[in-house]
Design a binder for this molecule. Structure first.
Ligand code: GAL
Length: 414
């Protein structure tokens, strides 16, 4: 009898308390590159310190198209993840389905209405309620340069406008390097498109044409010039660009095979992950001609309504952790973005990160912060994908500049 009592006591003492086993979060995301994964480890570590287990659900595929397909399958099967990385209009589409949790209590306690820029709130709230939590403020209007390659090509100053950028990339190509490292995937072609639209027509044209879908603005000589300029960039990528992943293209600049990459500031995460130093090994410039403006895409975690109270408790811990200022700094120092909160110090950020934060604050104040077309912050997914299709077919030479304008106009009309 005594023996049984002892073994019972040991079992009870060693049993993990019930709540700890139940406290877990399942997070669906597409952060699978080196830089992205190391940033995500900051969040995993924070939760694990709080006794919350992280069930990882990575869905590879830059820009998140594959991830959004996976979410639809999970939600229609009635088994949503705790949280899903999501962009702009996708958050709004899910909010319309009434399946996202109400985060308003936490938002009120944390004063989120005062610290998150209004342009981001537009996507984090639905019917005045917070239903997603913003992790960062990425911007897409950047070029990344390998300092040594540029010097060897005689490019010693920052290109100030589109033509100077093309001239610089042509010098790099003539010097025997790849002018622009690029991955031929629709979302990456569209990321270049964000930049060429903003550089060619400025913020007013960008907004009128690609956010308000004004036919006159779209069906204009400016849009024709945008596609002519996309063709100029096409001549500066290497012959094997098709299908390449974005972080492999970043690697070509990091290793000195290519002079430039046109990419959002998640690319900075790859340079940082490769222990490269801004100003010494690489240069971060606003895409020439877009200085003073910022095309943003904010990574949010959309929180799905859950039936299990333990899972909901863990979900709220995840939300609180994400909005904590210290996390917003430590995560984004690695990720390459500015924090979503406007009250986070830039002390821990490198010079590119400090520039991200400064530029975002200025753009927010000057109303020159526009939603990225490529990354779901300009139009809903169906139209975004229709734009992808035109941009990619044009970039691959299947339709000419004029046809591309006509197809963009008709896509916007439908
Ligand atoms: C963006 C996302 C970034 C990064 C990038 C490449 O849409 O906001 O965090 O994941 O795609 O996949």
């Amino acid at each position: 009898m005594k023996k049984q009592l002892i073994s019972l006591a040991i079992a009870a003492a060693t049993a993990v308390p019930a709540f700890a086993q139940q406290q877990s979060v399942e997070v669906l995301h597409w952060w699978t590159s080196g830089g992205e994964a190391s940033a995500l480890n900051v969040l995993k570590g924070t939760l694990e310190k709080q006794g919350v287990k992280w069930n990882d659900m990575p869905v590879a595929g830059g820009g998140g198209e594959a991830a959004m397909t996976a979410v639809r399958a999970r939600v229609t099967s009635g088994n949503p993840p705790t949280a899903v990385q999501m962009l702009g209009f996708d958050v709004q589409d899910w909010a319309k389905q009434g399946v996202l949790a109400d985060l308003n209590d936490l938002a009120a306690k944390g004063g989120w209405d005062k610290i998150v820029p209004p342009a981001l709130q537009k996507f984090s709230k639905y019917n005045g309620k917070w239903i997603a939590v913003p992790v960062n403020l990425h911007t897409t209007n950047w070029i990344w340069g390998n300092k040594e390659v540029l010097a060897k090509a005689g490019v010693t100053t920052e290109p100030k406008d589109f033509d100077e950028f093309i001239a610089a990339a042509e010098k790099v190509q003539k010097a025997g390097f790849i002018g622009i490292a690029h991955g031929g995937q629709p979302w990456q072609d569209a990321t270049i498109f964000d930049n060429v639209v903003l550089s060619t027509g400025g913020v007013d044209y960008y907004r009128k044409a690609f956010i308000e879908l004004d036919t006159k603005a779209l069906n204009s000589p400016t849009t024709l010039k945008v596609f002519q300029r996309m063709s100029q960039i096409r001549k500066l990528v290497d012959k094997d660009f098709s299908g390449r992943d974005w972080n492999v293209a970043s690697g070509m600049v990091i290793s000195g095979k290519a002079g430039f990459q046109i990419m959002g500031d998640w690319a900075k995460g790859e340079f940082a992950n490769a222990k490269k130093v801004p100003g010494k090994d690489f240069l971060c410039y606003r895409f020439p001609g877009t200085q003073g403006a910022a095309a943003f895409n904010t990574d949010q975690f959309a929180m799905f309504k859950l039936s299990d109270p333990q899972k909901t408790a863990a979900q709220l811990k995840l939300v609180a952790d994400i909005m904590e200022p210290g996390f917003q700094s430590s995560f984004n120092v690695i990720k390459g973005a500015a924090p979503a909160r406007s009250d986070v110090s830039d002390a821990a950020f490198d010079e590119c990160g400090k520039k991200s934060i400064k530029d975002a604050a200025e753009a927010s104040k000057n109303n020159t912060l526009v939603g990225s077309i490529a990354h779901g912050h300009a139009v809903p997914a169906s139209l975004k994908n229709a734009f992808y299709d035109v941009i990619t077919r044009h970039f691959n030479g299947q339709i000419d500049d004029k046809k591309a304008v006509a197809e963009i106009v008709s896509a916007a009309k439908n």
